[in-house]
Design a protein around this ligand. Sequence first.
Ligand SMILES: *Cc1c(COP(=O)(O)O)cnc(C)c1O
Length: 389
Amino acid sequence: MKLSGRVERLPPYLFARISQLIAQKRAEGVDVISFGIGDPDLPTPGHILDALKRAADDPANHRYPETEGLPALRSAMASWYRRRHGVELDPDAEIVSLIGSKEGIGHLPLCVADPGDVVLVTDPGYPVYEVGAMFAGAEVVRLPLREEDGWLPRLDEVPDAIAARSRLLWLNYPNNPTGAVADEAFFERAIAWASRRDIWIAHDLAYADVTFDGYVAPSILEVDGARDVAIEFNSLSKSFNMTGWRVAMAVGNPTLVDALTRVKSNLDSGIPQAIQEMAIAALEGPLDEIESHNRIYQRRRDRAVEALRALGLRVDPPRASLYVWARLPVGEQSSAAYAERLLEETGVVVTPGIGYGEAGEGYVRLSLTLPDERVDEGLSRLSAFAGGR
Ligand SMILES: *Cc1c(COP(=O)(O)O)cnc(C)c1O
């Protein structure tokens, strides 16, 4: 019997290939150190876990939640945006909670695109933007990002004929995988460009609070006119080390928030309420652990940058995100071949840039989400490999 075209067209999940290679090396007895997947190694802060434990005993939390999230959660999300970004949001019309932002990102194209419409994604980029569009039957057009542009898309180079068919533009700053950041001036240009062409903007702010050297990442909603065209995805996953709990929000344009809520209400029944209580505790609680986590990541970043430079890779230290994005040494062409050779020779896993799109070729990504001693061990293996060449 047949499977659908959309399932047949699914690209092999990038991390599946890496997991397979890791499993093979481990079976050979190699102590593999993976800088592959971006999933914080540090635990969820204790006061957030306490909220879950308390909420678990309350029978009111044992029943179906509402798709859009508890009023108290949406109000905590609104306060968070006020406190963190100076942005006022109406909790009833401009906020919907999500079972992790991946879910909302995957579903958004169903709200704005019909078969034959175009969804614009950046390349390299988080793979879900493209898959979500494909599931909606839309055509994906990739906007290449280049190092010389600071990894920002050249919107003026999108052909008029493509722009005329486009319904949605994905942006993601601080960026995964490049670690690049965007300022308000870029968001202003993007909003002006998209409004003139009746194209929605979806901004993925997953790394809003993973920042270094005093950098503060803006929300697109801080920019005038954003609310007319934009929805923003903001997740507790990376900010509060809560990837396992699945809680995030989509905020901004009320028409988009309403459409996403309606799609979701037909597919899921919202975040388990005890986990919503955790999110309230996170958003309303002390933020010192965000700062101490960022200091840890920043130290790892600095060590990684030094080791990679010794290996002949070119790196700009990122001001945000959990990733170091490095240009291959001169003479190396294939990021996949280079990553496989590092794994072969050192037992260290890095992600080939090609896995994030064709424009990612020539680069590798290292995630900083493994314990300090593993970071040190992995990097000293890379240094030994550099010294041995
Ligand atoms: C991690 C990540 C997400 C997903 O976060 P969840 O809220 O855990 O689903 C979304 N976008 C980008 C770019 C990410 O790196």
